[in-house]
Ligand binder design. Structure first.
Ligand code: SF4
Length: 253
């Protein structure tokens, strides 16, 4: 984990790879850029790589593992049997903490629990929580947050929110209620290979930090536009690098 660089995870793990856009936040998709540049395959084809499932078993010490950061695990082409294959690894490696994010939370319960043609007997019982797995949604502005928050129903050891890239303010009456419902919030301005991307006003981030403080939700500010792109910027006098207890303790909070 390199907090000074805004990196709140140790290792990425991608048994599934590929995705298609779902909203304006996808316009400069980081995963697409990485896959196009380094993997030489069509990002729009959602593929499964079973040989990569073994990676967490090979890590000797406890790590925070960002799972599926080269896909959206709730994409309709990600088969439930493949989700189960990942969940099995997570359950068998309780020494690690896993992070998952989606822009399609309306599919989350089905991906976790519902029987399907390829997975008639699911690994998890409905509502079962994987103790070392954080489930989160990602949104780029207030409207997308409202849309996704309202259908984010699955229970989790840690329910988190990533607002990266932040493309508009998170404000209004419901903001307090929404932010207060998460166990952890990460926010960041858009980065295009280390350069600033689309506009993210510093006051949107400052306001968000204040709102999170009011509802006592830990907040991690990954990066901001302050002239150039600044990792872990100073926000109202100090860096904001709050990590929830899940990162050290694991288990349900
Ligand atoms: S949902 Fe995520 S991985 Fe998929 S295209 Fe959008 S930003 Fe990229």
């Amino acid at each position: 984990m390199n907090l000074a660089a805004g990196k709140y995870w140790d290792v990425s793990w991608n048994p599934i790879q590929g995705c298609t856009p779902v909203s304006e936040g996808c316009h400069n998709c980081w995963a697409r850029a990485v896959v196009n540049r380094f993997h030489g395959v069509d990002f729009a084809r959602v593929g499964f790589h079973p040989t990569r499932l073994a990676k967490p078993y090979t890590l000797r010490t406890s790590r925070v593992i960002f799972a599926c950061d080269l896909t959206d695990w709730c994409h309709p082409e990600v088969r439930p049997s493949r989700v189960d294959a990942m969940l099995r690894v997570m359950l068998e490696t309780p020494q690690h903490r896993y992070l998952l994010l989606t822009k399609r939370p309306e599919r989350m319960s089905a991906q976790l629990y519902e029987p399907s043609a390829d997975a008639p007997r699911r690994l998890l019982q409905p509502g079962q929580v994987v103790p070392n797995l954080a489930l989160g949604i990602t949104a780029e502005n207030h409207a997308r947050l409202l849309e996704r928050w309202s259908v984010f129903a699955a229970p989790a050891a840690l329910r988190w929110l990533s607002l990266e890239p932040l493309l508009g303010p998170i404000d209004g009456e419901l903001a307090r209620h929404m932010l207060g419902s998460f166990d952890w919030v990460v926010v960041g301005a858009e980065s295009l290979g280390g350069r600033p991307g689309r506009v993210c006003q510093l006051e949107w981030i400052e306001d968000l930090v204040e709102r999170c403080n009011l509802v006592e939700t830990p907040v991690f500010v990954k990066q901001a536009h302050q002239g150039g792109l600044v990792r872990v910027p100073i926000i109202r006098g100090r860096q904001r690098l709050a990590l929830p207890k899940f990162f050290t303790d694991g288990g349900e909070q």
